[in-house]
Ligand binder design. Structure first.
Ligand SMILES: NC(=O)c1ccc[n+]([C@@H]2O[C@H](COP(=O)([O-])OP(=O)(O)OC[C@H]3O[C@@H](n4cnc5c(N)ncnc54)[C@H](O)[C@@H]3O)[C@@H](O)[C@H]2O)c1
Ligand SMILES: O=P(O)(O)OC[C@@H](O)CO
Ligand SMILES: [Zn+2]
Length: 359
């Protein structure tokens, strides 16, 4: 093709480019953890690994992984009790001599592994022990700060190994929370489209289509999402992976995080640990769907059906704190424009919370 022809095909001023990073290996299934040695042999990340777990997930899967890999790799361990700057600093020290990292646990442990490995330019493997969040494969990490949660740039895992046997044995509350995280994609998308119309924010139709389809398939399969079932773990993990891919395509968490997530992050700041991440976002999604004029009852009944909470009372959270979180949501990541950034009044916020209890 001649230079002239190229110029015709590329209109002047076209300067877009996007680097989409995805994991190389994604293994989901029964006893998947036993295939970790093959996955690592495929990737060849080096000879020494730091296993990052939480206190509970060390018992649930961390020691089993250590036993499986010791003899093949030099294994060291780090327990990330919480996700804050001092934990990240300690973890970075523990990670500095090793070749690669393995995060074994819930969202906080995986985000810890993601951030530290990214900063040190080392590969990390994600081993989720619960289907509680859609950060399993995403290249972003959520970091709680004094001013609320921030979404920080990181990189996706080189591999994901999701053992449905381990995940099915985790408390059902965690899986229901992961479902709520995915169901909240419905309102995240509406917020992104709103920001596109009002502020000209660039959207990705591919990311939107995938994020929406993921929530739709999950809701369609809701009858199969039962406590303790490996099939349920299989369905939910696939949805979480798919939602993560939508974020990778977008290059941000936009297709899976809108006003309902800003509300969730604000709630976590006001009453830390009272709700799981997905639980808070699910409740937020009922309220923001109402504000969007959409079918908020459908969101509520899907959450209820899956076993996720739909009212603050179920989480022992006072209604007034939920009102406060709705009012504070606009302070979280203010550059992310959503329906909660359009001048919500306290009176309306109080009405939204009462709506959650409507028979
Ligand atoms: N990076 C992203 O794209 C992304 C996406 C979604 C959520 N997140 C972040 O992830 C975090 C939420 O994740 P989470 O809900 O998993 O919370 P979490 O990591 O705090 O885990 C919740 C609890 O589940 C326990 N747990 C995990 N697996 C278990 C098992 N098999 N058996 C028993 N207990 C088990 C943990 O010990 C912990 O107490 C938040 O910080 C959120 O912002 C990040
Ligand atoms: O960037 P945030 O708001 O943490 O969103 C990421 C993830 O929680 C989406 O489900
Ligand atoms: Zn989320």
């Amino acid at each position: 093709m001649s230079k002239e022809q190229v110029q015709v095909l590329q209109p002047e001023g076209f300067n877009k480019s996007r680097w989409t990073q995805l994991p190389r290996d994604v293994l989901i299934g029964h006893e998947a953890i036993l295939q970790l040695p093959e996955i690592i042999a495929d990737i060849k990340p080096g000879k020494s690994a730091l296993l990052i777990t939480g206190g509970t997930t060390r018992e649930v899967a961390g020691e089993a992984v250590a036993n499986l890999l010791s003899g093949m790799y030099d294994i060291s361990r780090f327990i990330a009790g919480k996700l804050d700057s001092s934990t990240l600093e300690e973890c970075a020290k523990a990670a500095s001599p090793v070749d690669f990292l393995i995060g074994i646990g819930g969202g906080r442990v995986i985000d810890c592994a993601k951030i530290v490995s990214y900063k040190q330019g080392k590969p990390f493997i994600s081993v989720p022990t619960a289907a509680s969040h859609d950060g399993i494969i995403s290249g972003r990490a959520t970091l709680p700060t004094e001013n609320g949660s921030v979404s920080v740039e990181a990189h996706p895992p080189v591999a994901v190994v999701a053992d449905t046997g381990i995940i099915a044995k985790a408390p059902h509350r965690l899986m229901a929370s992961g479902c709520a995280d995915v169901i909240s994609n419905y309102t995240a998308i509406l917020d992104w489209e709103l920001a596109h119309r009002i502020r000209g924010e660039q959207i990705s139709e591919y990311a939107i289509a995938l994020s929406k389809m993921t929530a739709e398939i999950l809701v369609k399969d809701a009858n199969l999402i039962k406590p303790g079932q490996e099939e349920a773990a299989w369905i939910v993990v696939k949805a979480l992976v798919s939602s993560g891919v939508s974020m990778a395509i977008a290059g941000s968490s936009r297709p899976a995080s809108g006003g309902e997530h800003k509300f969730g992050h604000a709630l976590e700041r006001l009453i830390p640990g009272a709700a799981l991440h997905g639980e808070a976002c699910g409740i937020g999604s009922i309220m923001t769907m109402y504000l969007h004029g959409g079918d908020w009852r459908e969101i509520r009944s899907s959450l209820h059906h899956i076993g996720a909470p739909t009212t603050p009372k179920e989480l022992n959270i006072p209604d007034e704190i939920v009102v406060e979180a709705l009012m504070k949501a606009r302070e979280i990541r203010p550059e992310r424009y959503t329906i909660l950034d359009m001048g919500l009044t306290r009176e309306s916020a109080e009405y939204l919370v009462q709506l959650l209890y409507e028979e």
